[in-house]
Design a protein around this ligand. Structure first.
Ligand code: ADP
Ligand code: MG
Length: 431
């Protein structure tokens, strides 16, 4: 089914108006497919990557169905999300969508005091957005009850499970009435997610927005061969390109995120690191600074970045090549949000060739190789470095590095050598 107009989706007036005021002109593919199914009361299993508009995809029908039913004090809608950032973003979007309804929305998440959350619950909540740990705490203390839940959404289910929340999620799901409507959204569908879907969904409708649309198709993917020790200076140079208006740089570890952000800052590029070791406040500040354009480069680890939802990110830079192709897709999906176009750059050192090869095989379109001046020089092919790059220092360093290992740069990356390709990255702590 393709619906190219919100007016054809059967939205109540209040929601149609909110959507208009948000400036959404037409539904994204996942919205066009999910909204009618959910309005009909179906359970739903949806595969869609970040940036495809999932929040409104489940939010609109949830709000519409709830606003047609009688409110009480206990929450009737529940959204589970893996991180605080994500929970906060969902609340922000739901509140915008609900502004012409009477629906009350609140969030509960860890890392902050409970007082305000308890007060909000006491005052009465229609839709509760929660991270699992804090919700269970509040349930245990008698502050949150789920026996009136009629709609349950799991957002980013793969990440919820990756972060070890499976038992918490099960306990929460089991505390809700069996008669509820359930929806599960996930960027990837590994077996654990399918199992959970089997447990909690009843005859779900399926929506599958293939990874290359709408987001990845609009992303120009480029890769640059560079010696490990030249990465920092190359990055600085790349970010000085006039076409870079806002960038997210990905590193594999928190430590490297800090180092890279510091070095950028020293070179006069306003950058901040965002990762799980930072306090909630520090992360919110960094994100807000990014949204307000006070800083225009965010250096992030994979998990911390899952919650980042900022439009108009012109560039994503893989400072380290991820060792999972799914992470690559997630990362580059941070640019080209909701149909805009963007550029993804990957800095590939000799030890990262294998991971890059896997990525090249996985993505549909060839990844372009660029030279140090960012000019395209052809398709990126692993194992066949180009010869037309002149005998500069970087190149020498690269071949030296290939022979001797990363002797100059210490141990930061030793652990990733010779890793089996499919192994999950769990090095970064939950955000
Ligand atoms: P996801 O959860 O799939 O990562 P989001 O729901 O966070 O995606 O949406 C990504 C961005 O796109 C948000 O900034 C959101 O406000 C915007 N957006 C959502 N739906 C639409 C739409 N129909 N038209 C334009 N922008 C949209
Ligand atoms: Mg989302």
């Amino acid at each position: 089914m393709t619906v190219s107009d919100f007016a054809d989706l059967g939205l109540a007036q209040s929601l149609a108006r909110a959507v208009r005021e948000l400036g959404y002109e037409e539904p994204t593919p996942v919205q066009a497919q999910a909204i009618p199914l959910l309005l009909n009361g179906s359970d739903l299993l949806a595969t869609a990557q970040t940036g495809t508009g999932k929040t409104a995809g489940f939010g609109i029908p949830m709000l519409q169905r709830l606003s047609a039913a009688k409110a009480g004090k206990e929450p009737r809608g529940l959204v589970l999300a893996p991180t605080r950032e994500l929970a906060l973003q969902i609340v922000e979007e739901l509140r915008s969508l609900a502004r012409f309804t009477e629906i009350r929305i609140a969030a509960v998440y860890g890392g902050v005091g409970k007082g305000q959350q308890i007060r909000a619950l006491r005052a009465g909540v229609d839709v509760l957005v929660a991270t699992p740990g804090r919700l269970l705490d509040l349930m245990g203390e008698g502050h949150a009850r789920l026996d009136r839940i009629s709609a349950l959404a799991l957002d980013e289910a793969d990440r919820l499970l990756d972060m070890g929340f499976i038992h918490d999620v099960r306990r929460i799901v089991n505390a809700t009435p069996g008669s509820r409507q359930s929806m599960l959204f996930s960027a990837t569908m590994p077996k654990a997610v399918m199992n959970l879907a089997g447990e909690m969904l009843r005859k779900p409708a399926r929506v599958d927005v293939s990874p290359e649309e709408p987001t990845v198709a609009n992303i120009r993917q480029q890769a640059l061969r560079v010696a490990r020790e030249a990465k920092q200076s190359t990055l600085t140079q790349m970010l000085r390109e006039p076409s870079v208006s806002r960038a997210i740089v990905f590193t594999r570890t928190k430590h490297r995120a800090n180092r890279v952000a510091k070095a950028l800052d020293k070179s006069g590029i306003a950058a901040e690191a965002i990762h799980g070791n930072k306090t909630q406040n520090a992360r919110q500040r960094a994100l807000q600074g990014f949204k307000d354009n006070r800083i225009w480069v965010l250096v992030a680890t994979d998990i911390a970045a899952r919650g980042i939802d900022v439009d108009e990110v012109s560039h994503v830079v893989n400072f380290d090549v991820p060792n999972e192709v799914e992470s690559y897709v997630h990362r580059i999906g941070r640019t080209a949000r909701a149909g805009a176009s963007g550029v993804a750059w990957s800095l590939v050192d000799p030890e990262e060739q294998r991971d890059m090869a896997a990525i090249c095989r996985y993505v549909d379109r060839p990844i372009e190789e660029i030279d140090e001046d960012l000019n395209p020089v052809g398709t990126f092919t692993v194992g066949r470095p180009r010869d037309n790059r002149g005998g500069n220092g970087e190149r020498r360093a690269q071949s030296e590095n290939a022979k001797t290992g990363s002797a100059n740069t210490g141990s930061a990356n030793r652990s990733r050598r010779r890793k089996p390709r499919r192994r999950k990255t769990r090095a970064t702590a939950p955000a």
